[in-house]
Design a protein around this ligand. Structure first.
Ligand code: HEM
Length: 406
């Protein structure tokens, strides 16, 4: 019999130091069984190889449970209010050919807003947030920088009016603890407000800026195929969901890693050319998205030396893959010169992250601007005072209190 709760992957203690648990998990084998809150019984891929195989094999492991013989999700979606049902059926939840159709349309619209064109906006928004910290001896970089930057960038990229950005923060702010069913229920009114707003703004004359992604999504067309209004709203919500918190915790976790590994911080200050490898190492070491969305076995199969039944649920535990000693030398060491760095933080396969270049640009510009502005930056409290959220699948600092000046 399995003790299905033997690995604690939710608690603040786990997030403060995940390596011990992840190493122990991997000694049990490349795939381990756990019971997760809300999600239920799941097989977690825990090695680099098993994670990559799970995500690349979309024939045997589907995203949509209906393709693995389960109708439960379909039935739940039918009874949910239309607004919420709409959000649950985005491209990250679909398999091909539906996924391919949606991804091609959004890729087309996304490519037209190249990351190079967005960089000046990222610099400007980062500087504007940092201006507010001028003259302060201390600050909580989480609330005053790391949360705001990715949100402002997604709003700008979509072309939403700037006066609405704060409303978003309040609406989406409720959805922090996705492992707690009551927290999820409490967040529903905010989510409904966001959807109503996005629907309004996505219509012609709804206030979205001409050069933003919303307008591009409306115009996207491949071989006569276009996106419906529901699909545009669902796509925008996915971009907020997938792009905001993830990048927030890459920037905050990356800064925390640098501030607690001061030799690495000094190297970066001496040689800012190390920023690209530093960001890759932050992605690996922090692993802000610890776990992918679930996959479902489409048939009975033998995989990684085990027998599995059709319909069984799996997820790739990216945080475990990213410290697998079979792929990384000294995986517990934060080394900003690490190269190559084949981390799986953006996933792999069909659902490989759409926003990987944007996330890299935001993190490198955000971290660089902070370091340039505050040469004496250090953590304000003792290490053990740092608080991590209780979260499933996201490694999230609750606060990042720093001293800005010596
Ligand atoms: C540090 C920042 C980020 C990390 C670590 C991250 C990580 C991931 C991962 C692991 C997946 C795959 C999930 C799965 O297979 O179940 C994914 C998918 C996705 N990400 Fe990101 N992401 C980040 C930032 C962003 C940004 C900034 C955007 C866009 C604004 C974005 C948009 C998406 C979308 C749309 C998907 C779904 C792709 C598909 O289904 O084809 N992400 N991301």
């Amino acid at each position: 019999m399995f003790d299905e709760r033997r690995f604690d992957i939710l608690s603040p203690e786990f997030h403060a130091n995940p390596f011990t648990t992840l190493d122990r998990m991997r000694t049990e084998g490349p795939v381990v069984r756990l019971r997760l809150p809300i999600v239920g019984r799941t097989w977690l891929a825990a090695s680099h190889e098993s994670c990559a195989e799970l995500l690349k094999n979309s024939q045997d492991f589907a995203r949509d449970p209906a393709n693995a013989g389960s109708r439960t999700q379909e039935r739940i979606l039918k009874v949910l209010p239309r607004t919420l049902g709409l959000l649950a059926s985005n491209m990250l939840g679909h398999d091909d050919p539906e996924h391919r159709r949606l991804r091609a349309l959004v890729d087309d619209a996304f490519q037209r807003r190249t990351i190079a064109a967005l960089k000046p906006t990222i610099v400007e928004m980062a500087d504007r947030l940092l201006d507010k910290l001028d003259g302060k001896p201390e600050a909580d970089l989480m609330t005053e920088f790391c949360r705001d930057l990715p949100l402002s960038i997604i709003c700008a990229m979509l072309g939403l009016p700037e006066k609405d950005h704060d409303r978003f923060k309040n609406w989406l702010g409720g959805l922090k603890d996705t492992a707690n069913v009551f927290a999820v229920i409490r967040a529903i009114p905010g989510v409904i407000s966001v959807v109503r707003y996005l629907r309004r703004v996505s219509r012609p004359g709804g206030g979205a800026r001409r050069e933003g992604l919303i307008a591009a999504l409306r115009e996207a067309e491949i071989e006569g195929q276009t996106l419906s209004e529901d699909e545009i709203v669902s796509m925008m919500f996915l971009l907020f969901g997938a792009g905001q918190e993830t990048t927030t915790h890459l920037i905050s976790g990356g800064l925390y890693a640098l501030l607690t590994n001061r030799d690495q911080l000094s190297r970066l200050r001496q040689d800012p050319g190390l920023m690209p490898t530093c960001i890759e190492e932050c992605l690996r070491y922090v692993s802000p998205v610890q776990m992918t969305k679930p996959r479902f076995a489409t048939r009975d199969l033998i995989w990684q030396g085990r027998q599995f039944r059709r319909g069984e649920m799996f997820a790739a535990f990216l945080a475990a893959a990213n410290c697998d000693p079979a792929r990384f030398e000294q995986p517990h060491t934060f080394d900003i010169t690490r190269h190559p760095n084949p981390h799986l933080s953006f996933g792999t396969g069909l659902h490989f992250c759409l926003g990987f270049q944007l996330a890299r640009a935001e993190a490198s510009i955000g971290i660089q601007r902070i370091l340039d502005r505050f040469p004496d930056l250090r953590l304000a409290r003792r290490l053990e005072d740092t608080k991590w959220h209780k979260r499933l699948g996201i490694r999230a600092l609750a606060r990042l209190p720093v001293r800005l000046a010596a």
